[in-house]
Design a protein around this ligand. Structure first.
Ligand code: IMP
Ligand code: MG
Length: 182
């Protein structure tokens, strides 16, 4: 376990503040509340990274909705993707009765969401859309596009607001660039 000084030393700079994130999420919530009014709505979040985003996002959705979680792992540790996507926890709902929105933290290579979306589409949801907090389009290894990306960022490894580096930093209230130099 790293100590507090080491942890803080790796936070290079804040990219998006709490207020900036809040404003974007409010807009996205308004959009969903209008678009899905009177429709059976299921929000599905991909753990662990998207738990903070889901918690704030669902509270900006002002219409009835159900909330569920899946677990998909594609990073074992550090900043290097292994390329393997393993779905380790699944939703319990019969999603053919719902309009589904996947609530994701970040799209990097695109592998995780492509695998998850393919799996969910086989179950014939009424519709399926993807909202991601962050998008790194320059890193794509498979073709994949979100229906809504709140922030588009260059090829930096980022931490905070649910995003980790080796499981640390998820509790930072903002999104920061991780210092990989030392
Ligand atoms: P994928 O490469 O699009 O499959 O992304 C897989 C997962 O890697 C994401 O859901 C995140 O949990 C994680 N990830 C990708 N880029 C970053 C990053 O910059 N910081 C922290 N986690 C990341
Ligand atoms: Mg994730």
């Amino acid at each position: 376990m790293i100590n507090t000084e080491e942890m803080n030393g790796k936070i290079k700079r804040v990219i998006f503040s709490e207020n900036e994130i809040k404003a974007k999420i409010h807009e996205a919530g308004e959009w969903v509340s209008m678009e899905y009014k009177d429709k059976p709505l299921l929000l599905i979040s991909i753990l662990n990274g998207a738990f903070v985003f889901m918690a704030d996002f669902c509270r900006e959705v002002k219409i009835p909705c159900e909330i569920s979680f899946m677990c998909a792992k594609s990073y074992y540790s550090g900043t290097v993707s292994t390329g393997d996507v393993n779905i380790t926890m699944d939703v319990t709902q019969d999603i053919s009765r719902y309009h589904v929105i996947i609530v994701e933290d970040i799209i990097d290579t695109g592998r995780t969401l492509k695998a998850v979306v393919e799996k969910l589409k086989e179950r014939n949801p009424l519709s399926l859309k993807v909202i991601t907090l962050l998008d790194k389009p320059s890193r794509r290894l498979v073709e994949f596009e979100a229906d809504k990306a709140l922030f588009t960022i260059p090829d930096h490894f980022v931490i905070g607001y649910g995003l980790d580096c080796a499981e640390i930093y998820r509790n930072l209230p903002y999104i920061a660039e991780y210092d990989e130099s030392r």
